[in-house]
Design a binder for this molecule. Structure first.
Ligand SMILES: Nc1nc2c(ncn2[C@@H]2O[C@H](COP(=O)(O)OP(=O)(O)OP(=O)(O)O)[C@@H](O)[C@H]2O)c(=O)[nH]1
Ligand SMILES: [Mg+2]
Length: 399
């Protein structure tokens, strides 16, 4: 089955925690505690061999592995393994309704998160201020993201037309595709891909299900079809002159209107207008390429037109999307009366310690007083005697 959209939760691995150990265990001197390993990150990578998202079979969630904890004798923990998700060319990564990456180039990568930071062991934490730390850092917790992946076929040409126009017949004649053909409407329910083999050149072409009026508002398979136009370089409008209820111009207007309604940028994609089934009408229709897919009339003219048009098209409509780096949410401060609740990565760093409680407390206050948090609290109007809460740790503020 063709899978073009997927919702899933992806998580980093947590960082490993540092160890507390001493060469001289009696006197607790000469620290030897190793640091944790980094948690695995989340990475997306384009593989141009993929044609949809069906390889991402999940129970809705995928995880990188955790970093290992540090150990005595300077042993650092192992790094966790990255979660690497392969994507077909033409996939958007969407977070909170915002597209954060649009993946085009083969082998290109997007790192959503580098993974949980490791905690330092007491060997690395030793300093002239604290030569023999009886504490170590906890590794950063894992982070989860609910994302949506949306794939639009990466073809050169898309064949668009109302149902029964002969789109599938045409692709079977131009390529080795064995798309189903039927004398009734809506024969095609998911895209068919084929390749036109020209000398030294391969043109990927895609046959889509029939488009009807209202498609851009979701009538029929409307939006699912229109989504697949996004990455094409060229659109063929295939028109059916044998229709009694809709003449050629009506059909062209429907296609124009629906693609514009769905996405204004689609208007800029080049179109070739082709009238099919000329074996069934008496007169040639002027101004357009006239073919018969069924009887192989003028298919060479069409292929030549496709080839020439593609020569003049350098880029796809959406190929220059800038990837968005996620902001660093360093901290959040919530003020309730005389209490300031602080959370976020900076706070996790300050309080994320393990070991001897007295030495931890000393270190926490040192880290707090030397952090940017103090200035931020002052700018929010904190006064001596007000309460500061760093995650679960509560104390009175004094300068
Ligand atoms: N006379 C004639 N009939 C054609 C021609 N091309 C296709 N047909 C017929 O038109 C009917 C529809 O053909 P399909 O290729 O399935 O049309 P489609 O546009 O893919 O249809 P949907 O997938 O339902 O949207 C079939 O009965 C074909 O044999 C042609 O050039 N001349
Ligand atoms: Mg079809």
């Amino acid at each position: 089955m063709f899978v073009d959209q997927i919702n899933l939760t992806v998580s980093t691995g947590s960082g490993g925690s540092g160890a507390i150990s001493f060469k001289n265990t009696q006197s607790k001197s000469s620290p030897t505690g190793g640091s944790g390993g980094s948690g695995g990150g989340i990475k997306f990578k384009v593989n141009d061999k993929l044609g949809d998202l069906s390889h991402i079979i999940t129970e809705n969630s995928l995880k990188a592995t955790n970093g290992g904890d540090g150990n005595k004798n300077f042993q650092n923990g192992k790094n966790g393994e990255d979660l690497i998700i392969e994507l077909p060319q033409g996939t958007m990564i969407i977070l909170n309704d915002q597209t954060i990456a649009d993946m085009h180039e083969n082998n290109s990568e997007y790192i959503l998160d580098k993974g949980g930071k490791p905690g330092a062991g007491n060997f690395s934490l030793a300093s002239s201020r604290v030569p023999n730390p009886e504490f170590a850092e906890r590794g950063q917790k894992k982070k989860s993201y609910k994302i949506k992946l949306s794939y639009s076929i990466y073809s050169d040409v898309v064949i668009l037309g109302i149902p029964n126009a002969g789109k599938s017949t045409l692709i079977t004649k131009l390529t080795n595709s064995n798309a189903k053909i039927g004398s009734y409407e809506f024969t095609t329910t998911s895209p068919n891909l084929g390749v036109i083999k020209e000398v030294g050149n391969q043109i990927k072409i895609c046959d889509l299900p029939g488009l009807i009026s209202g498609a851009s508002e979701g009538v029929g398979l409307g939006k699912k079809i229109l989504r697949q136009i996004r990455n094409t370089k060229l659109i063929i409008y295939l028109l059916d002159p044998t229709r009694q209820d809709l003449n050629i111009e009506d059909q062209k207007n429907i296609l124009d209107k629906e693609i514009e309604n769905y996405d204004k940028n689609y208007v800029n994609i080049k179109k070739i207008i082709v009238v099919n089934k000329i074996d069934s009408i008496n007169e040639k229709i002027k101004g357009y390429i006239n073919i018969s897919a069924k009887n192989n009339i003028n298919l060479d003219v069409l292929v030549e037109e496709i080839t020439n048009s593609l020569k003049n098209i350098q880029n796809r409509q959406y190929s220059d999307f800038q990837k968005i780096s996620l902001g660093n949410y360093n901290y959040q401060i919530e003020k309730i009366d005389n209490q300031f609740n602080c959370s976020g990565e900076v706070v996790d760093f300050i309080v994320g310690l393990i070991g001897n409680i007295d030495s931890i407390n000393q270190e926490i206050f040192y880290r707090f007083e030397n952090s940017s948090l103090v200035d931020e609290l002052k700018s929010k109007g904190i006064k001596n005697g007000d309460v500061v809460k760093l995650n679960n740790l509560e104390f009175e503020f004094h300068v």
